[in-house]
Design a protein around this ligand. Structure first.
Ligand SMILES: NC(=O)c1ccc[n+]([C@@H]2O[C@H](COP(=O)([O-])OP(=O)(O)OC[C@H]3O[C@@H](n4cnc5c(N)ncnc54)[C@H](OP(=O)(O)O)[C@@H]3O)[C@@H](O)[C@H]2O)c1
Length: 273
């Protein structure tokens, strides 16, 4: 006998194997939302899916996909079709950074970076948005960064550009689909507790900093309520809001003078320098 299809909403969450993505998975599971968890580390996704399904009585499944590869969106769309599910909530969260300077990296590293942080966000959103519009319900949260508003610094070269793309994409999309029942939000966190610094090898540098830091759970709670309220761009936490307000008001040359010496503390030394 075939199982009746779940009538619960389903969230597709990229980068759900740790940090902010995992916190999104936990928060939606708690609300009784089914989950499609995406990342490369299948063991972590499957363990999380099992734990949350047992704990909250939801359905959760894992999709192993490397979002730097051109077939990633197809893998996710195929997995949804195999489960006979559609996506109601999309969390474009997967991301990382390259802490070296541009010339200290290989071109492939930079193009892979753009594929994960930019191209896959475009491609996955383009694949899943039509169904949301057709059903008259959709929620999209794009995880950007407060760095989207910065003037750029040495190291992490394309990170501000990628996150600013995500912010602008969010605003345009929101303008296009708000009257179709689809709410689109960019959350722009500052430093957040996660595996981000460990993944890019700067955890020792970040550990020494005394910058304001939030938990992934706090960032996610703010993102979810802002999205539900129809807000387009949200900076979580007052110290981050203040910093972004300054970045928007001050001329770029002033922001650069303030930010660049600080940013050096989070970049890896350039072996070509
Ligand atoms: N932590 C911060 O301070 C901070 C601040 C602002 C914005 N953000 C943004 O928050 C988002 C989540 O990062 P996080 O802080 O939670 O870091 P994290 O703990 O390192 O999580 C990153 C997630 O992205 C996934 N990912 C990385 N490369 C991938 C690829 N090629 N294909 C598929 N999945 C990939 C990782 O999964 P696998 O390794 O298993 O593939 C992991 O689940 C990112 O977009 C980041 O830019 C973070």
């Amino acid at each position: 006998m075939t199982q009746p299809a779940s009538t619960r909403r389903l969230a597709v969450i990229t980068g759900a194997s740790s940090g902010i993505g995992e916190a999104f998975a936990r928060a939606y599971a708690k609300q009784g939302v089914d989950l499609c968890l995406v990342a490369r580390r299948l063991d972590r996704l499957e363990a999380l899916a099992l734990e949350l399904a047992q704990q909250h009585g939801i359905e959760a499944f894992a999709v192993q996909a490397d979002l730097s590869k051109p077939d990633a969106t197809d893998r996710i769309v195929t997995a949804l079709a195999e489960q006979a599910r559609s996506c109601d909530i999309l969390i474009n969260n997967a991301g990382y950074s390259l802490p070296q300077t541009f010339l200290a990296t290989k071109a492939q590293q930079q193009t892979d970076f753009v594929a994960v942080l930019v191209t896959s966000v475009v491609s996955l959103t383009h694949a899943l948005l039509p169904g949301m519009v057709q059903r008259g319900y959709g929620r999209i949260i794009n995880v950007a960064s407060m760095v989207a508003f910065s003037s750029g610094a040495a190291g992490h070269t394309l990170y501000p550009a990628a996150k600013s793309f995500v912010v602008k994409m969010t605003q345009s999309l929101a303008a296009e689909v708000a009257d179709k029942g689809v709410l689109v939000t960019a959350i722009c966190p500052g430093q957040t507790e996660s595996d981000f610094a460990k993944a890019n090898g700067t955890d020792q540098l970040v550990a020494k900093s005394n910058l304001y830091k939030q938990t992934a759970e706090d960032v996610v709670a703010i993102a979810m309520s802002a999205n539900e309220a129809g807000r387009e761009v949200v900076v979580p936490g007052w110290p981050n809001k203040l910093a972004v307000a300054f970045m928007k008001i001050l001329p770029d040359s002033w922001t650069a003078a303030l930010i660049r010496p600080q940013a050096k503390k989070f970049a890896l030394p350039d072996p070509t320098a």
